[in-house]
Design a protein around this ligand. Structure first.
Ligand code: DGL
Length: 304
């Protein structure tokens, strides 16, 4: 048994969709969540810069002592998962492989769509992950960066549950422009004949009903959160590191942005109160960047 927390991080609030699933799947585990809100979005940034951010936040969380790290950001996973797995002495799990696995399981016609940030799409990480699982599946990827802006704007606009807020925002701001924007992005994907669509950005599950409306009910939508939570659970179980079933975890939150706003918006995404969040200045992170360790020659698995 291991009572240390699981460190989960994202460019901002979107990774809370993964944290929520981890908390649901593993109710006895403590989570320390880090949202790099001040530097969000990561999507348009160069891979080298995002990799640096991943290593900085991984270092910050490692100093707080965690038993595992979850990169709950597709853009961060695409740019920095390998580097983080080399740099830290704990298991590091990303969200792309779990998302790819769920999509390969779900597709019947072996045509899978992916919507994600520019960084994730340009990295080709989803195509590689899907091909590694089943080379016969064709992946069609589209960058939908404006969806990140819609989620961020929607979250900041109203006090209700996120679904209500997005409906409210739709009336004054998103509709019809959200639907037009979504159709521009998604119609070409629909024409490829996909039967499965991966929400390849952890912000997007918050838009799932609106996206489903545009793509239609025949396309199955995949969010990597559940599959990632399953991988977290299996990895901890295999290593004998699950928390005690008597544990009553108190989750902690940190952000480079406004801590009060983070707690407020975070509570709405998580569906449970975030009573406080710690503000971490970006300068503190910049001072932490670790030097990457080289992988052992021939090593296929770095941490099990
Ligand atoms: N949540 C991030 C991801 O999963 C996207 C948001 C951003 O561009 O920072 O890719």
């Amino acid at each position: 048994m291991d009572e240390l927390p699981i460190g989960i991080f994202d460019s901002g609030l979107g990774g809370l969709t993964v944290a929520a699933e981890v908390m649901r799947t593993l109710p006895h585990e403590q989570v320390v969540y880090f949202g790099d809100t001040a530097r969000c979005p990561y999507g348009p940034r160069p891979q080298d810069e995002v990799r640096k951010f991943v290593l900085q936040i991984g270092s910050w969380l490692s100093r707080r002592r965690v038993k595992m790290l979850v990169v709950a950001c597709n853009t961060g996973t695409a740019a920095g998962l390998d580097a983080a797995q080399r740099a830290f002495g704990v298991p590091v799990i990303g969200v792309i492989e779990p998302g790819a696995r769920a999509a390969v399981k779900a597709t019947r016609n072996r045509r899978v769509g992916v919507i994600a940030t520019v960084g994730t799409v340009e990295s080709g990480a989803y195509s590689r992950a899907v091909r590694a699982l089943d080379a016969g599946v064709t992946v069609f990827s589209v960058a939908t960066p404006k969806f990140v802006d819609v989620v961020e704007a929607g979250l900041r606009m109203g006090p209700g549950q996120i679904e209500d807020t997005l409906a409210e925002v739709s009336d004054v701001f998103i509709r019809p422009s959200f639907h037009e924007m979504a159709r521009d992005y998604l119609d070409p994907l629909k024409r490829t004949g996909i039967d499965t669509l991966v929400l390849g950005c952890t912000h997007f599950p918050l838009l799932a009903p609106a996206i489903q409306q545009v793509v239609g009910s025949k396309i199955k939508m995949i969010s990597s959160a559940e599959e990632t939570a399953r991988e977290v659970a299996e990895t901890l179980a295999a290593r004998g590191q699950l928390a005690s079933p008597d544990a009553r975890p108190v989750h902690r939150f940190a952000t480079t942005g406004d801590a009060t706003e983070f707690a407020l918006l975070g509570s709405r995404i998580l569906g449970r109160p975030v009573t406080s969040a710690e503000h971490v200045p970006v300068g503190e992170l910049e001072a932490l960047e670790p030097r990457e360790k080289r992988a052992e020659p021939g090593a296929t698995s770095r941490w099990i």
